[in-house]
Design a protein around this ligand. Sequence first.
Ligand SMILES: [Zn+2]
Ligand SMILES: [Zn+2]
Length: 253
Amino acid sequence: MAVWVRNMIMMTVFATALHLWLYTWSKQDNAYRFMRIRPTEQNDKFLGGQQLRDNVFWVLVSGVSIWSMYEVGFWLAYANGYAPFITFAENPIWFVLWFPLIGIWYSFHFYWAHRFLHWKPMYDRFHSVHHRNVTIGPWSGLSMHPVEHLIYISSLLIHLIIPSNPIHMLFHIYWLTLATATSHSGYESLVVGQSGRVTISTFFHQLHHRYFSCNYGNLELPMDRWFGSFNDGSSVETRRLFKKMREKNVKRK
Ligand SMILES: [Zn+2]
Ligand SMILES: [Zn+2]
């Protein structure tokens, strides 16, 4: 329960802060913004008839609950010796090296889980909830059907096999959850101070929300290049994709 409350607070504060900053107060106007439309569309396809309301519902009710379930499961596993455990003092090299490798594992798992979710029966029932969001905002990232949350966060199960520290598990969990608010922010960068900026997302996943049948993975691991689903948004690539979509007769929902 304490974990759930803490996660609720963290997710709400993080996504709300980003949403207020970027959209409600438009603190950086359109600088580094991908699309003109706001992620607060009124449309009957959304729960409550409005995108933000719909997104907040799926994130908090399903997303945070399933994330907390996984997290509590891991705390119990560590406490009872079911998960292989290492400390920095015991194994400093592996302790440090495992962080970037988690990033690679995450990308690999995400790509295949995501492709599976685009298989029509899975897409129609579950993944279409996430794809209601053609324009995305901080609350859209973790706005998914509970079945998708279960699949997406199952990336964590690697810690039942690979020796880890709870710090690795938490790092992995926050990457899977909190980071969806930045990766779906709709902005490439956050402007800091007068001229500083921090990159928070890539155009890459934005294109996935727009065109559906490309860019299933992320840029950390070039899975889409290896498997021919890469689209960098340049006109040639996009034209090629449109042609492919016509041929496959992929209908947008
Ligand atoms: Zn997405
Ligand atoms: Zn998708």
